[in-house]
Design a binder for this molecule. Structure first.
Ligand code: KIV
Length: 311
């Protein structure tokens, strides 16, 4: 089997084992591992995570010092233009996870297992999780689960697959639930959620991700957990927080309340596109870079350097 390019010795970035990285320290970005995240949890330092679906954006996010990226099944919405996450499949998810890894070789990279890549059959689930690790360089795989998946999580843990158990609101259940909804708002639901968290941690999950739950329910889960807990609309008690990048950047037309934009990239993109249209309209293309030469004088590369970091 050919080694994936991100793992080859020739192209591997020269990384040191993680040091005392903070999420805003660009110059010290070293390989982030589970130990880094656990250390942050123990020291009560919050960690940020965002979704990402391509190499170029990943490169900038690593430069910003972000310790963790998630290639979410929200790629079905943000990249493919669907209205739900059901439409992510294994091949595209693996391809985009590998792209993000090439762009951000040092981050902790979480891959989201698509709908029906782990629910039908445990053996298929294991192989699919393995693909994210060996073909895409993922550090973690995330599964939307409740405690009925504990035996699968246990099998994965035994095989060396680091599982993030995504509980609470589970977008892959939207059709069954009749829509997207928050979870854990009644005492019964809250108790169920807490029991799910305990069972999945006991089964060997290395992290929990809680989506769209009341803050006090998430707090109860965090207090009883010995593993890092990432919140996505689950309140401030969580050790880490994740939202969809496109919401943060102002690229979506609607954002959940817990994922408000801090920038207006949509409008900036419109401005840039209009500026280009204007240049083309005025035929204002600047100095032309190519002149006719003899064949043996062609030396300058016509293509970009192929490594994403070379520019
Ligand atoms: O797919 C995704 O982007 C997610 C996050 C919103 C948690 O699961």
């Amino acid at each position: 089997m050919v080694a994936p390019s991100h793992l080859s010795r020739a192209t591997a970035p020269k990384t040191r084992i993680h040091n005392d990285m903070t999420s805003s320290d660009e110059s010290k970005m070293t390989r982030v591992t589970l130990r880094t995240i656990r250390k942050m949890m123990v020291e009560d330092r919050r960690f940020a995570c965002l979704t990402c679906y391509d190499a170029t954006t990943a490169r900038w996010m690593e430069r910003a010092g972000l310790p963790m990226l998630l290639v979410g099944d929200t790629l079905a919405e943000m990249v493919l233009g669907h209205d739900q996450t059901y439409y992510a499949d294994m091949d595209i998810s693996v391809a985009l996870t590998a792209a993000v890894r090439r762009g951000a070789p040092n981050v902790m990279l979480m891959a989201d297992m698509p709908f029906m890549s782990y629910q039908a059959d445990d053996a298929e689930a294991m192989r699919n999780a393995g693909r994210f690790m060996t073909q895409a360089g993922a550090d973690l795989v995330k599964l939307e689960v409740d405690r009925s998946f504990a035996p699968l999580v246990e099998k994965m843990a035994r095989a060396g697959i680091p599982v993030v158990a995504h509980i609470g609101s589970r977008p892959q259940q939207t059709k069954l639930a009749g829509g997207y909804r928050s979870v854990g708002r009644t005492p019964e639901e809250a108790m169920r959620l807490i029991a799910d968290a305990r069972a999945l941690e006991a089964a060997g999950a290395v992290m929990l991700l809680i989506e769209a739950t009341p803050a006090e329910v998430a707090q109860e889960i965090v207090q009883g957990a010995t593993i890092p807990v990432i919140g996505c609309g689950a309140g401030p008690a969580c050790h880490g927080q994740v939202i969809v990048l496109h919401d943060l950047l102002g690229l979506t037309d609607w954002q959940p309340k817990f994922a408000q934009p801090v920038a207006n990239f949509g409008q900036e993109l419109v401005k840039a596109v209009k500026a280009w249209m204007d240049k083309v309209d005025r035929n204002d293309l600047g100095e032309h870079p190519y002149t006719m030469v003899q064949p043996d004088q062609v030396a300058a590369p016509l293509r970009r350097p192929h490594t994403p970091t070379a520019r």
